[in-house]
Design a protein around this ligand. Structure first.
Ligand SMILES: [Zn+2]
Length: 70
């Protein structure tokens, strides 16, 4: 079964089958798994996908701020 992964560096989505150590085609960063499954992703519109990307960006930048604050 395919899973959706996202690059924490350039935020590109990639479909991966069963590889826990998937790497981004664009920048070589190790991908993180997305909380969206394949079927959901395939049914999403372009607008939904960019919204998902934006949410992920916000979450990543918040996580970085928490690390800086420590
Ligand atoms: Zn990337």
């Amino acid at each position: 079964m395919l899973r959706i992964y996202i690059c924490p560096n350039c935020y590109n989505f990639r479909m991966v089958s069963r590889k826990p150590d998937a790497i981004c085609f664009h920048c070589g960063t190790v991908l993180e798994s997305c909380d969206v499954n394949y079927d959901t992703y395939m049914n999403m519109s372009e607008a939904d996908r960019s919204e998902l990307k934006n949410k992920y960006k916000i979450r990543m930048s918040q996580a970085n701020e928490i690390i800086k604050d420590c």
